[in-house]
Design a protein around this ligand. Structure first.
Ligand SMILES: Cc1cc2nc3c(=O)[nH]c(=O)nc-3n(C[C@H](O)[C@H](O)[C@H](O)COP(=O)(O)OP(=O)(O)OC[C@H]3O[C@@H](n4cnc5c(N)ncnc54)[C@H](O)[C@@H]3O)c2cc1C
Length: 342
């Protein structure tokens, strides 16, 4: 008999898994259609794995301006697609439903192990599933009950700016760095507005100072912002009878803050393991796919933020290093020296 998989959360991680599993997936999430605090930037790591309909692409950013208080550099980059998370996540959820997954628009409030599976309690009902998946984002209930807190966190906040007021053309991504911030301010153009935000390692700057940096740069931005967590974990995410995927697993890049591509890859990797009848192979699959990329990014993140102000004078270095971050791969001393000197 086929294993029935209960997936808590229909963000990119949960909906991708449900889309891959079809009628053996039950997907719980009361929130759709909904927005999600996010820049909505999709790197090649995403669109090389799933086809994204043109109608979802609000802008295609193929140039990047990196700046600090005294200089700036403009480079060509592999395109980053800018989407609305409300539309992108709703599209993915509908893809999951079209592939046969059952969608239950209810919040999971509790779950218990029972013989041969789990009893999942929602705000309205109870459901029996064989395998449980925590795809419930950074504050994950599943993670907190079964594994514990994340190893490391960053803070990020985002808001909107009327189109035209940031002096940023539709195809340009802008990143601003500060000497006392292990993170950056971003500006991602959309169709009718610009998404701007700031993200930094926890403890780097408090959230009030982060807000002032953002509003100093973008005085016209909507002031209604609040801080959100970006979790980083490299611990175990696959277990014999449950798994964590996406932000619940802590699979976010510690240099860029990118999480959507890892969420989608987690969904694909876990589906593969489940279809093979060996869900615990997921642990091997995600580590093989991008484990070394996350480990090396964690190792290099504070060095990158410290040295970016010097390195940005070397335009060719910036172009190559940004390409590595956007396309994916392990950062090594050899690669960085090669980019710097050749
Ligand atoms: C300010 C900010 C900007 C960011 N910008 C980018 C960016 O530009 N590009 C990028 O790649 N990443 C970005 N990220 C990271 C990215 O948003 C996440 O990594 C990504 O959304 C993770 O997807 P997920 O499916 O794991 O979780 P989520 O997208 O958080 O989805 C989790 C879902 O679970 C549901 N849920 C939660 N609890 C329950 C429950 N008990 N029962 C049922 N459902 C539940 C929620 O309603 C939600 O729909 C950003 C993050 C922040 C905070």
């Amino acid at each position: 008999m086929l294993m029935i998989v209960g997936i808590v959360g229909a963000g990119p991680a949960g909906s991708t898994l449900a889309r891959e599993l079809g009628d053996r997936a039950i997907l719980f999430d009361p929130s759709h259609p909904r927005d999600k605090p996010c820049g909505g930037g999709l790197t090649p790591k995403v669109y090389k794995r799933i086809d994204i309909p043109d109608k979802l692409v609000e802008s295609k950013m193929d140039e990047l301006i990196i700046e600090n208080s005294s200089k700036s550099v403009r480079v060509k980059i592999p395109s980053v697609l800018s989407v609305s998370r409300r539309d992108f996540d709703y599209w993915l959820l509908n893809e999951a439903v079209s592939s046969g997954a059952e969608y239950i628009s209810e919040r999971v409030v509790e779950f218990y192990r029972i013989s041969n599976g789990w009893l999942v309690k929602t705000s309205k009902d109870e459901y029996k599933v064989d395998f449980l998946v925590g795809a419930d984002g950074a504050p994950s209930l599943v993670r907190h009950k079964l594994v514990g807190p994340h190893q490391k966190m960053a803070l990020a906040m985002e808001t909107t700016l009327p189109n035209g007021s940031s002096n940023t053309p539709g195809n340009v991504m802008r990143l601003v760095f500060f000497r006392d911030l292990y993170g950056y301010v971003w500006s991602f153009p959309k169709k009718d507005y610009v998404n701007v935000g700031i993200g930094a390692m926890e403890g780097s700057l408090d959230s009030d100072k982060m807000k002032s940096r953002l509003f100093d740069l973008f005085p016209d931005a909507d002031r209604d912002v609040k801080p959100w967590s970006l979790p980083f974990s490299l611990g175990r995410a696959g277990y014999p009878d449950f798994a964590l995927i996406g932000d619940a697993a802590g699979h976010v890049n510690p240099i860029t803050g990118e999480g959507i591509s890892y969420a989608i890859r987690d969904g694909i990797n876990l589906a593969r393991a489940i279809k093979e009848g060996e869900p615990s192979r997921y642990e091997t699959y995600w580590r093989k796919d991008f484990g070394s990329e996350l480990v090396s990014s964690l190792k290099w993140s504070s060095k990158v933020y410290r040295s970016i102000h010097t390195l940005m004078s070397n335009k060719r270095f910036v172009e190559k290093a940004v390409r590595l971050l956007l396309d994916g791969g392990r950062i090594t001393t050899f690669k960085l020296l090669w980019y710097y000197f050749l």
